[in-house]
Design a protein around this ligand. Structure first.
Ligand code: HEM
Length: 149
């Protein structure tokens, strides 16, 4: 097997990085939550950009624009619900990611700065979610009886 990977520089690099690269013995599926959080973030940004193409933050137009997204934009309902449910899944995944960090002591040296940057990300997430919820809650309440999707 090793002889196969020795054939080109690229394969050797692949072998060294993905096959023999050392990792701590206690690695487990718990370490997937960091990548899952990144996937959630990408989904939130992508669906958010599409929603912003049609959403009007104006007090008098917000309701109509969300109604329009749900009923007239192609797959608008899907993008909207991916975004709103995605926000909850994002928080759930990040909470599990933080619980893993706490359980395995990842906040200790030499990862204390990494933990600190995580806390900053977490505060930013709360602030962002709070303001976005405030801006869209009004149209949500009005829509709950009108949006059939
Ligand atoms: C947008 C949110 C976040 C993303 C995309 C993210 C992403 C990641 C990724 C990909 C890793 C490496 C794989 C893993 O250990 O799971 C990681 C590690 C880590 N993250 Fe996050 N993270 C986020 C939020 C947070 C938060 C809120 C905290 C804590 C307050 C945190 C603390 C840590 C720590 C301590 C590690 C190192 C784990 C170790 O190597 O033992 N992260 N993060």
């Amino acid at each position: 097997m090793k002889r196969f990977f020795d054939k080109t520089v690229l394969l050797t690099k692949f072998y060294n990085f993905w096959i023999i690269y050392g990792s701590p013995a206690n690695f487990s599926y718990w370490w997937n939550f960091g990548s899952m959080a990144l996937i959630c973030l990408i989904i939130q940004i992508a669906t958010g950009i599409f929603l912003a193409m049609h959403y009007k933050s104006d007090l008098n137009l917000a309701f109509a624009s969300v109604d329009y997204i749900c009923k007239s934009v192609q797959y608008g309902w899907l993008i909207r619900y991916l975004h709103s449910n995605g926000a909850s899944v994002f928080f759930l995944v990040v909470y599990l990611h933080m619980i893993r960090s706490l359980l395995f002591g990842s906040f200790n040296y030499p990862r204390q700065l990494l933990w600190g940057s995580g806390v900053i990300i977490f505060v930013l997430m709360i602030v962002t979610a709070f303001f976005w919820l405030c801006f869209t809650l009004r149209s949500n309440e009005l829509l709950s009886s009108n949006c059939y999707y």
